[in-house]
Design a protein around this ligand. Sequence first.
Ligand SMILES: [Zn+2]
Length: 420
Amino acid sequence: MKKNVYAIALAFLGLGSFSAQAQDQRMAKTDPALITPGRTCATMEVLEAQMAADPSLAQRMAKVEQQTAEVLSSPATANRIGAVVTIPVVVHVLYNTTAQNVSDAMITAQLDVLNKDFSKTNTDAGLVPTMFAGLAANTNVQFVLAKRTPTGAATTGIVRKQTKVSSWSTNDAVKSSKRGGDDAWDATKYLNLWVCNLGQGLLGYAQFPGGSPATDGVVVLYSSLPGGTAKPYDKGRTATHEVGHWLNLRHIWGDASCGNDLVSDTPTQQTANYGCPAFPHVTCNNQGDMSMNYMDYTDDACMYMFSTGQASRMNALFASGGARAGLVTSQGGVAPRMTATAAEVAMYPNPASNVLNLSLPATKAGKGWTVTVYDLRGHEMKQATYNGQGQVQVAQLPKGLYQMTVSDGQQTLRQRFEKQ
Ligand SMILES: [Zn+2]
């Protein structure tokens, strides 16, 4: 059984051969005159290009499939059910025009849509047909704007950058500062969400688990955020769909005629649905396509569920050894602790294990700060050394609580910290 899933996954990942028909469809898609009206997600095209460029990607993705199959077949998996994973998100806004510089309010609204959709608290959840109502799932995945950067500084979780690039493609330039975009933050700790003006009528694309950390994340068209102008894709569901891919979900039709989406409780369906189809739309001998699933191509107003099987598949990534397990313990969503005694001095991370970063104001005496670490009985700890540039090495300190004094000869600030 395990072997079968693995074999299917390998075939699915392109280790088998692509059909000539699929090739034709891809070629047709690149011709603007032949683009089908409707939702356009480039995730599978990007995957194919990445696989062609990097032969080891298929193997890494096959490993993710193997791990997923193992987790899903193990009774221990049940331990994670009910535990919510909250993923820190960094939003990279790349704008060439004022309109593309989406507001903080739109970004907050987008996070809100993600949180509602992934927890089945979306207001349209009640529209799910009776046949599928029992399958609609709270995925237990939640999202929060990052509150600290990878180096431990405070952040709003939103990076704004003006760019000369007026329109972006799927070549991942938007994820590179050198190419006019903005570099990814540590992909094991954050969901990177790039918001920009995607060209070619694209709404978005994502990278599956197993890909390169430098390009890991999701890209969405700026006007697809809630309240944007990309009607009928203006309710933020493009991000829901793309984050689904980022958490290893396939298109609901399995990207083939009556294909396999690697999830057992979603009906086999012939192909993508567009617009707002009436239920049931019967194909491939099913009792109706699950066209209201976020992983179909329907309008934002006409998709409103993930299935239980999709939720399990996503959550397998957070199990020990999973491709997204680092997010479970990420501190990216937790604000760095500020000092209570001297508001001007920020100290992070606290607790610290190797390096304690200090953000210090200009000294009143015009000289540098000296930093001294004491144990709670007042003995100076020589193992902790200050580099004169905002960093205290604490790796050699035994675990425990310490007191630090920061002095410029005129004023002395005291603060406690913990060595982990
Ligand atoms: Zn897609």
